[in-house]
Ligand binder design. Structure first.
Ligand code: 6PG
Length: 240
């Protein structure tokens, strides 16, 4: 499902409303809401909106477990840290239980960080983790989470978290693997801006080539796939 909004603010509001709506549903149905946040710049406004009234008061924060889809292996206080940024902009401003916030810690070593996160997930989930919501972004190269083009992690079937090294790029990263992302009840891509229009069209309307366009790998087998975009990012959809 692709939902297109007029501008970035409207997309961020829709993403925040989706979070609040699914949190209420999950807590009513199962007592907990398990969410995996994305990194990058796109979700920042959504985090701000969730930390403010009215959404802050409408969200059952004490029943929420927070995870990440991926992380850059830097210290939490580094501006590039996905967990650090989300904590500063959202999690330190809402009554979420500190024991329910699970950042990927990998600033010392990506392999060790991935193994630690895998062990954490296996201690909390008997079978492959089923997140109620996983937020995802889209890189201009077609990556999502830290699933980069032609990277060995794309064909991972057993592990739930993996270290990712991209040639010529640092820092290393840790990412949830495709089996975990595709087990989600809702996988929601949030894509904003004209600079994403070409890649969004390739991912959604181009020939299937998930090794070159890893975002095409995201097909929740029992859940919903949602694309929240603005008109600028969707500008090339449907064009010949
Ligand atoms: C990360 C992300 C990554 C991000 C895309 C889009 O840690 O970088 O999780 O997958 O979502 O690169 O990033 P922007 O939102 O900054 O365009």
């Amino acid at each position: 499902m692709i939902r297109t909004f007029k501008d970035p603010e409207a997309v961020s509001r829709a993403a925040a409303d989706l979070f609040v709506e699914l949190a209420a549903e999950a807590v009513a149905a199962r007592g907990r809401f398990r969410v995996a946040l994305s990194g990058g710049r796109t979700p920042l406004r959504t985090y701000q909106l969730l930390a403010e009234p009215p959404r802050r008061e409408r969200t059952p924060w004490p029943q929420i477990d927070v995870f990440w889809g991926d992380e850059r292996c830097v210290p939490l206080d580094d501006d590039r840290s996905n967990a650090g940024t989300a904590s500063r902009m959202l999690l330190t401003r809402v009554p979420v239980m500190s024991g329910s916030v699970h950042p990927m810690r990998c600033d010392a070593d990506a392999q060790a960080g991935a193994a630690e996160y895998e062990a954490l997930l296996r201690s909390l989930f008997e079978t492959v983790p089923v997140f109620d919501l996983i937020f995802l972004g889209l890189g201009q190269d077609g990556h999502t989470a830290s699933l980069f083009p032609h990277n060995p992690v794309l064909s991972e079937t057993a592990r739930w978290a993996a270290a990712v090294h991209v040639d010529g790029q640092s820092p290393s990263r840790v990412t949830l693997t495709p089996p975990v992302i595709n087990a989600a009840r809702v996988a929601a891509f949030v894509v904003i801006g004209r600079e994403k229009a070409a890649i969004l069209r390739s991912v959604l309307q181009g020939p299937p080539d998930p090794r070159r366009l890893p975002a095409q790998l995201i097909r929740p087998h029992g859940g919903r796939l949602i694309w929240l975009t603005d008109e600028a990012a969707a500008a090339e959809l449907g064009k010949g």
